[in-house]
Ligand binder design. Structure first.
Ligand code: ADP
Ligand code: MG
Length: 465
C-alpha cells in the first residue's frame, strides 16, 4: 500500500518536495529552460497540501503557466496527491521580504492514472567517481599540485588558490586531480553545485547556444556554479568569442567567491592565442605543474593499479615496467591493462616474456591529444579551402570534400563522439558525420591517390602534436 499524500507530506518539508518537483521538471523540459525558469524558484513552505514557492517576478508565473501548465499540474498531483495545490509568491525586490506579495494561483489538478514522470535527478556533474584523492599516488612531480588541489577541495572558493591552474604533459594526472577536487567537494558539501567539463565541450555548447539564441541561459548556468572545473583549457586558443564569454563567467564566479579549477597542457604564459586579459586572470590564483613521475613513484603507481585490477606481479616485473615506461602514467596503466588482457585471452601466466612484449607495444603506441580544430586547419590548408567554409552550409565540391575528410580524420584521431564532431562542423547532425565516413572510405577504396592524400594528412597531423 502506498502512504497517503497527507502522511507523506508531514514527513517531507517544502525543500524536499520542491527538490522532487525539480527532478520531474528536469526530466521533462530542455536543459536551458530548466536552468533559466525553474532553478531560480525557491520553496517557501508546504501547508495542507499546498506548496508555496517563491518566484522572482510575475513574468515567471506567466511564462511557466503558458508553457508548462500541464506538466506543473501533473507534477503537483504526483508529488502532493490529487488535491495538491501550488501557490506562487512573488518576491519583488522593492518589497519588504518579510511580507511578500502572495499571488494565489490555485491549480485544479486532474488525476493522472499512472504517471511515469518521476525520475528525480539534478543536473549532471560529469565527474568520474574513479578519480579520487585516495587512489592518487603522491610523488615529487605532483606534490604541489596535489596539496593545492586538496586544500581547494576542503575550502572551495575560500583559499588564495583561485583559480587553481594545473598544467603539464599528457597522462600525468591532471584530469584525475581536478576531478578528485570535484568529487571531494561533493562528498563534503553535497548541496554544492559542481560541474566538470573540458573546454572543448564548453565551446561546442556555446556554439549550440548561439544557434539556439540561448547564450544568456548558457552563461547563467555556469555562473550558478559553486565550483567550475574546466579541463584542457588550451583548446580555447584561437576561439575569441568563447574566450570572451568564459572571461565574463570567470569574473562573476571569482567575484562571488566561487571556485574555478582549470587544467592545461601548458603554463598560462605559454598559451599563445589566448587573450591577455584571460591569461592575467589565470595568474591570480595558483599555478601548479605536474611533472613525469620518478622511478619510485612509477613503481608505487603500478603496484597500486595492479591491486585494483587484481593482478599479482613480482617486484622484478614492476621495476622492469617502471624503467621502460617513463614519461606517462596513462601508459603505465595501459601496460597493465594490456598485460591483463593478453594473459586472460591466452589463459597464460604473466611471465617476463609477455611483459617485455607488452612494454614494447605500449611504448611505441603513443597516446596523443589532437583537437578537431587542428585537424580541420591542416585539412583545409591542404585543400585550399577557408576554414570557416567547412562550418557553413557551403556545397562547393572542394568544400564538401575537405569537410568530409576532416570529419573522417576527427573520428579516426580523436575520442570525440559523432555528435561532438558534427557540432564542430557548424552543428551538423551525427548522421552527416557517418555519411562523411562512408564516403571517404569508399573514395579510399576507389582511388589509390586519394588514399595517399588521406594517409599523408593523417601522418602530418599525428607528427605535429
Ligand atoms: P592528464 O589529464 O594529465 O592527461 P590523466 O589524469 O588522464 O592525465 O591520467 C592518466 C591516467 O593515469 C588516469 O587513469 C589516472 O588515473 C592515472 N594517474 C595519473 N596520475 C596518477 C597518480 N599520481 N596516481 C595514480 N594514478 C594516476
Ligand atoms: Mg586530461
Amino acid at each position: 500500500m502506498t502512504p497517503s499524500a497527507e502522511s507523506l507530506q508531514t514527513e517531507r518539508d517544502a525543500k524536499d518536495i520542491w527538490k522532487e518537483c525539480l527532478g520531474i521538471i528536469k526530466e521533462n523540459v530542455p536543459f536551458l529552460t530548466y536552468h533559466t525558469w525553474f532553478l531560480p524558484i525557491k520553496p517557501y513552505e508546504v501547508d495542507n497540501n499546498i506548496l508555496k514557492i517563491y518566484v522572482p517576478n510575475n513574468f515567471f508565473i506567466e511564462w511557466i503557466e503558458e508553457h508548462y501548465n500541464t506538466l506543473i499540474k501533473k507534477m503537483i498531483s504526483q508529488v502532493l496527491g490529487p488535491d495538491g495545490k501550488l501557490v506562487y509568491i512573488i518576491l519583488e525586490e522593492k518589497e519588504d521580504p518579510a511580507t511578500p506579495v502572495i499571488e494565489e494561483k490555485k491549480l485544479s489538478v486532474a488525476v493522472p492514472e499512472q504517471s511515469n514522470l518521476i525520475k528525480p535527478k539534478d543536473f549532471e556533474s560529469y565527474l568520474n567517481p574513479r578519480y579520487i584523492f585516495e587512489n592518487f599516488i603522491k610523488g615529487e612531480g605532483n606534490q604541489l599540485a596535489r596539496a593545492a588541489a586538496y586544500a581547494v577541495s576542503e575550502n572551495p572558493g575560500q583559499t588564495s588558490f583561485n583559480p587553481l591552474f594545473i598544467y603539464g604533459g599528457v597522462g600525468l594526472g591532471k584530469t584525475h586531480l581536478i576531478q578528485a577536487i570535484g568529487n571531494k567537494i561533493l562528498d563534503r558539501y553535497p548541496e554544492k553545485r559542481v560541474i566538470y567539463l573540458s573546454s572543448d565541450v564548453f565551446t561546442v555548447e556555446f556554439v549550440e547556444a548561439i544557434q539556439n539564441n540561448t547564450v544568456n541561459e548558457f552563461s547563467n548556468f555556469y555562473k550558478s556554479m559553486d565550483a567550475l572545473i574546466i579541463d584542457d583549457i588550451q583548446f580555447l586558443v584561437g576561439k575569441e568569442k568563447t574566450q570572451d564569454l568564459f572571461f565574463h563567467i570567470f569574473n562573476t564566479l571569482h567575484q562571488t567567491g566561487k571556485q574555478i579549477i582549470l587544467s592545461s597542457d601548458k603554463a598560462p604564459k605559454d598559451l599563445k592565442g589566448l587573450s591577455d586579459r584571460l591569461i592575467s586572470r589565470f595568474l591570480w590564483g595558483l599555478q601548479a605543474d605536474v611533472q613525469p613521475p620518478d622511478f619510485e613513484t612509477r613503481v608505487a603507481i603500478l603496484k597500486n593499479k595492479s591491486e585494483t585490477y587484481g593482478i599479482k606481479l613480482s617486484n622484478e616485473i614492476f621495476e622492469y615496467i617502471a624503467s621502460n615506461i617513463t614519461s606517462n602514467i596513462r601508459e603505465l596503466e595501459g601496460c597493465l591493462i594490456k598485460l591483463l588482457a593478453n594473459s586472460s585471452l591466452n589463459s597464460k601466466e604473466i611471465d617476463f616474456e609477455l611483459v617485455k612484449k607488452t612494454v614494447k607495444e605500449v611504448s611505441t603506441n603513443k597516446q596523443i591529444n589532437i583537437s578537431i580544430d587542428y585537424i580541420t586547419k591542416v585539412v583545409c590548408e591542404f585543400f585550399g579551402v577557408e576554414e570557416n567554409k567547412v562550418r557553413e552550409k557551403n556545397r562547393r565540391k572542394e568544400v564538401v570534400l575537405a569537410r568530409q575528410v576532416a570529419m573522417y580524420l576527427a573520428k579516426q584521431l580523436t575520442k570525440s563522439s559523432l555528435k561532438t564532431i558534427g557540432l564542430h562542423f557548424g552543428g551538423r547532425d551525427h548522421s552527416t558525420v557517418i555519411h562523411a565516413q562512408t564516403s571517404v572510405e569508399q573514395m579510399i577504396k576507389d582511388d589509390q591517390r586519394f588514399e595517399d592524400v588521406v594517409i599523408s594528412l593523417k601522418n602530418k597531423i599525428e607528427l605535429s602534436v
